[in-house]
Design a protein around this ligand. Structure first.
Ligand SMILES: Nc1nc2c(ncn2[C@@H]2O[C@H](COP(=O)(O)OP(=O)(O)OP(=O)(O)O)[C@@H](O)[C@H]2O)c(=O)[nH]1
Ligand SMILES: [Mg+2]
Length: 301
């Protein structure tokens, strides 16, 4: 018999759902918390379309973050219904919830997400983009206004972009994690495959480099993913609704597609830490976003 505390019994591990309306910075925050870019981000709303796990392992705890799509309140098609189902499913499996709002704005879309939050799980109110508040004195009354809507385990203002207050947030989360042994290896950063991450990276470039509306009517599939020693050979297709969209993705003399390809390849090489050969084709496939069976075939849950 010994009195030494059992280190394994002290270890904490759990699932942390990251939810909020579109564009509040959920994915940027998750990437900042784990120190790697596994979830794509852009200044356009509705960038995230899948549940994406990001893992951070410390000496005493493993944080399994689950980034989710921004909750859709505008119009209902099969894609948006699928995105919202992903959010509600993630909430039911969470040990801790981060409810993200943007500093200074709290509206109907935020309220709708708040109403989904289960009563018996600790919810931390995270006020992101605190860097945007020129007058810091306004932050306090804003926090009080949102905190009056429901009871929160704690309230933490952060800036995901400037990595402000992330240690404080992590400490707060750790307090609410259950005692469990680690579920993943110490070096794991996600449970998603390289093939999935490759498709996401290409989709991010479409969001970032092609017009305002097109990203919402397109998706990306990986048609072939081969490994040859360290080299990854990746053949991707960007699916669009019509010929005119195809022309927009390809651009003048192919310039747009070239930009998408180059930036995608650089991101893949960084994330996979390996050389990448990438070919991207653009294909017209209309109606893909409004067909449940089709969505499943493209990897939507
Ligand atoms: N100024 C500032 N901008 C931020 C911060 N965090 C995120 N952003 C920006 O906000 C935009 C949206 O970020 P995302 O991380 O893609 O937001 P999201 O909530 O995941 O969006 P969806 O997946 O579309 O729901 C991007 O342009 C980010 O650079 C922050 O702390 N400060
Ligand atoms: Mg996102």
């Amino acid at each position: 018999m010994t009195d030494t505390p059992d280190a394994a019994a002290d270890f904490r591990c759990g699932y942390i759902a990251i939810v909020g309306r579109p564009n509040v910075g959920k994915s940027t925050l998750m990437n900042a918390l784990i120190g790697a870019k596994v979830s794509i981000t852009s200044r356009k709303a509705q960038t995230t379309r899948h549940r994406i796990t990001g893992i951070q392992t410390r000496d005493n705890a493993q944080f399994i973050y689950v980034d989710t799509p921004g909750f859709q309140t505008r119009h209902s098609n099969a894609l948006n219904r699928t995105l919202n189902r992903t959010v509600t499913n993630t909430l039911t499996a969470a040990d801790v919830i981060l409810f993200i709002v943007e500093a200074g704005t709290y509206g109907a879309a935020d309220k709708q997400v708040m109403e989904l939050l289960p009563a018996n799980v600790p919810v931390i109110l995270v006020i992101n983009k605190a860097d945007r508040m020129k007058d810091k004195a306004v932050l306090m009354p804003f926090a009080q206004q949102v905190a009056a809507e429901r009871s929160f385990a704690s309230v933490v203002p952060v800036s995901a972009k400037q990595r402000f207050q992330l240690d404080a947030l992590e400490k707060e989360i750790e307090r609410y994690l259950p005692h469990n042994p680690p579920a993943f290896g110490p070096d794991d950063i996600t449970d998603r495959s390289e093939k999935f991450l490759a498709a996401e990276i290409v989709r991010e470039k479409v969001f970032r480099f092609v017009g305002e509306e097109l990203p919402y009517t397109s998706t990306v599939v990986i048609e072939k993913f081969e490994e040859e020693g360290r080299l990854r050979r990746i053949f991707a297709a960007i699916l669009v609704e019509r010929d005119s969209h195809k022309a927009m993705v390809i651009g003048q003399k192919g310039a747009k597609l070239k930009e998408i390809s180059t930036q995608s390849r650089l991101d893949m090489e960084k994330l996979f830490d390996a050389p990448v050969y990438l070919e991207i084709w653009v294909k017209v496939k209309s109606g893909w976003a409004d067909n449940e069976a089709g969505l499943r075939a493209y990897g939507y849950e």
